[in-house]
Write a protein that binds this ligand. Structure first.
Ligand SMILES: *[C@@H]1O[C@H](CO)[C@@H](O)[C@H](O)[C@H]1NC(C)=O
Length: 398
């Protein structure tokens, strides 16, 4: 019996099993000569027809530049079932799809954008959740400047600013005549420059999987100058541009390309100004948000690991074409991930360790606040908190 797990529906998280019983197709075992041929040809004809149907679909998939991936990064995983019981759920039921997290130390508030369109504030002292401002869209990446103004990459609206007193303003929604398709990550510099990503100009948030399946780079790294109100493209042709973060000296901005499992640096100052190089390559999973902890480490969320099925999916465009077909007609595709988690990188992008678990799938951000790690997720209905003193980081042996 062949069982296909057509379960990945990442933004809704439902699971359906479809089973096809091959034995039903193959008729009685002992058959006459013509039956014997039928036994071989009938299943073959079914497969050929299926291939033809998929081939005729106009959706085009192309090869990923796999040769660009460097040596596989190895990170020793802290995979510990005991740790799961040490996780605290914050705002259960209220914080649905808290994709990114930012902390404001003066007020002790965490800001996060949720699935229902609200930017919510959570008082860390008592975990009380407040609906702060509704964007009318889907807030994803979130950042805060020293004056308390909040910047939001909203998947449907564009780059937004919410002033400390709650006034919502659309800053930009296009660059070089191309409208943003899926604004995703954001960070704000001390000088008022905002750096953000548009994951793909071609697909919307709901269609993000199609961008993965197509295999073409539709993402951009952008900047917005709050004084001149100018939007600029800093890097283009990115494979799902996602998390962004500034270096401690603010001399470069890190940006992640989820589908190519890499993060690069765009230099803002010094000799390399305006150029780009690779920061972390061939990551053990698909990177989402990355956040600096103020103490020499970047915490990078990996919603999916680099599973064997994902490797095949990425390598073979025809396989992606089949999945695009099942997604289009059955709204399902195979579950290509096993687990998710957070890894920690040093200032040079070298891995130090990480936390993985199969229950941490779709973890979209990991932010260290004090002695705790806070985990945001694009699908879960809460933020998770882990006491890092109790569960210290497992250092990688490279
Ligand atoms: C975190 O764990 C440490 C070590 O077990 C403990 O001393 C501390 O009280 C814990 N913090 C919280 C807030 O539970």
């Amino acid at each position: 019996m062949l069982i296909l797990n057509l379960g990945l529906y990442p933004f809704l998280c439902n699971r359906v099993w479809i089973s096809i019983d091959i034995t039903e197709l193959s008729g009685p075992r002992k058959a006459s000569g013509s039956w014997g041929l039928g036994l071989v040809f009938f299943p073959l004809a079914v497969v050929v027809m299926a291939v033809l149907v998929v081939q005729l679909d106009t959706y085009e998939t192309v090869a990923y530049p796999m040769h660009e991936l460097g040596e596989q990064m190895y990170v020793a995983a802290r995979k510990n079932a005991g740790m799961v019981s040490g996780l605290e759920k914050i705002g259960s039921g209220e914080l649905v799809g808290a994709e990114d997290i930012v902390y404001e130390p003066k007020s002790g508030l965490v800001y996060t954008g949720c699935h229902d369109g609200w930017i919510k504030r959570v008082k860390l002292a008592d975990s009380v959740v407040e609906n702060w401002v509704h964007t009318g869209g889907r807030p994803l990446g979130i950042a805060i400047d020293e004056s308390g103004d909040v910047f939001v990459a909203d998947a449907y609206k564009g780059l937004l600013k919410v002033s400390i007193n709650g006034k919502l303003e659309l800053l930009t929604h296009e660059a070089e005549g191309i409208k943003f398709g899926l604004p995703d990550g954001v960070v704000v510099a001390k000088n008022g420059m905002v750096y953000f990503t548009d994951a793909t100009y071609k697909y919307s948030f709901r269609e993000a999987l199609n961008d993965l399946l197509e295999g073409r780079p539709h993402g951009r790294l952008l900047s917005y100058d709050t004084s001149t109100k100018q939007t600029k493209v800093l890097a283009r042709d990115l494979y799902f541009a996602n998390g962004v973060e500034l270096s401690p000296d603010q001399d470069f901005v890190i940006f992640c390309e989820t589908f190519m499992r890499r993060c690069s640096r765009y230099y803002l100052q010094g000799e390399k100004r305006g150029s780009t190089d690779v920061f972390a390559n061939n990551l053990p999973g698909l990177p989402d948000n990355v956040r600096y902890d103020g103490d020499g480490h970047y915490w990078m969320a990996l919603p999916w690991d680099n599973s064997l099925l994902w490797k095949y999916t990425q390598t073979y465009p025809f396989m992606r074409k089949i999945f695009a077909f099942t997604l289009k007609h059955f709204h399902k595709m195979p579950d290509i991930m096993k687990f998710g988690g957070v890894i920690v990188l040093d200032l040079e992008g070298k891995p130090i360790g990480g936390y993985y678990d199969d229950t941490w799938r779709m973890t979209s951000s990991g932010v260290k606040i004090g002695e705790h790690l806070y985990l945001g997720s694009v699908t879960k209905p809460y933020i998770l908190r882990l006491n890092l003193s109790q569960y210290p980081l497992a250092f990688a042996t490279l």
